[in-house]
Design a binder for this molecule. Structure first.
Ligand code: NAD
Length: 257
């Protein structure tokens, strides 16, 4: 199949649901072969997405599973050209009530996961000698803070530092690294936190949407799965390494750089 990613192999973590799945679908439309890497639902999602999708069950916090998963992709598809480090969760809690276990869990999924998948893919990209693109799923919370989200905001800011370092270390290998920073997108991760924020802030769910999530957008609109997938395609398909070490906020103007 011809397309902007024809001949490319991508690994998308957290691709059984939400944003990751939308990115996987967009990449498949553009001719890539895509590994659907997820801790749950990977095989089912890959089956639904067709023969160019490969389900890889992987907990991104587990070093052995990540290395084995990337090796599985390489043996099935012959290499890796694009990594989208996207797997993530959200825990809503005032900092004073947050357990150390929940803090560590959040940092592990978002930061250990990004490190482990980057390391495995970068090693493979170095061996292949055909460059590559590494994309991190940041957030408007990579740039801005909100109450009740201390570990999420911390981790998402951290991804910017990881990206810039990978951009510098990857340059000699022709590997670029960039971050996508979406505003609120209606995925299971967001649907779950609407009642949780309503409870913790003592307001209605409608007020959470209007006065918390979309308050600072220019038009009161949610960002869509398609919006984020389009930016992910842009980063994956960019024809040179001029575009590296950057972060793009796609949030209806919630955060302006
Ligand atoms: P989602 O819940 O729909 O999907 C997240 C996926 O990650 C799930 O399939 C889940 O199984 C997987 N996952 C969780 N822990 C994992 C682990 N340890 N190993 C492997 N996979 C794991 O959520 P989403 O909204 O699509 O979120 C995807 C990414 O986008 C996250 O990093 C999130 O922080 C980020 N993000 C989301 C929004 C939003 O508004 N939805 C905004 C900005 C950034």
């Amino acid at each position: 199949m011809s397309g902007k990613l024809s001949g490319k192999v991508a690994i998308v973590t957290g691709a059984a649901s939400g944003i990751g799945r939308a990115i996987a679908e967009r990449y498949l439309q553009e001719g890539a072969r895509v590994a659907i890497a997820d801790v749950r639902g990977a095989a089912e999602a890959a089956q639904a997405l067709g023969p160019s999708a490969l389900g890889v069950t992987m907990d991104v916090t587990d070093e052995r599973q990540v290395d084995a998963g990337v090796a599985q992709v390489v043996s099935s598809f012959g290499g890796v050209d694009v990594l989208v480090s996207n797997a993530g969760v959200q825990i809503i809690s005032p900092l004073v009530d947050l357990s150390l276990a929940d803090w560590k869990k959040m940092l592990a999924i978002h930061l250990d996961g990004a490190f482990l998948t980057t390391r495995a893919c970068l090693r493979q990209m170095a061996a292949q000698k055909r460059g590559g693109s590494i994309i991190y799923m940041g957030s408007a919370h990579s740039k801005e803070a909100s109450p009740l989200k201390a570990p999420y905001v911390t981790a998402k800011h951290g991804l910017i530092g990881l990206c810039k370092t990978v951009a510098k270390e990857g340059a000699a290998l022709g590997v670029r690294a960039n971050v996508i920073c979406p505003g609120f997108v209606r995925t299971p991760l967001v649907e779950k936190q609407i009642p949780e924020q309503a409870r913790d802030l003592g307001i209605s769910e409608a007020e959470v949407i209007k006065n918390v999530m979309l308050k600072n957008t220019v038009d009161g609109e949610f960002t869509t799965l398609q919006d984020v997938a389009e930016v992910a395609l842009f980063f994956a398909g960019f024809p040179s390494n001029a575009l590296t070490g950057q972060s793009v906020v796609v949030s209806h103007g919630w955060f302006m750089q």
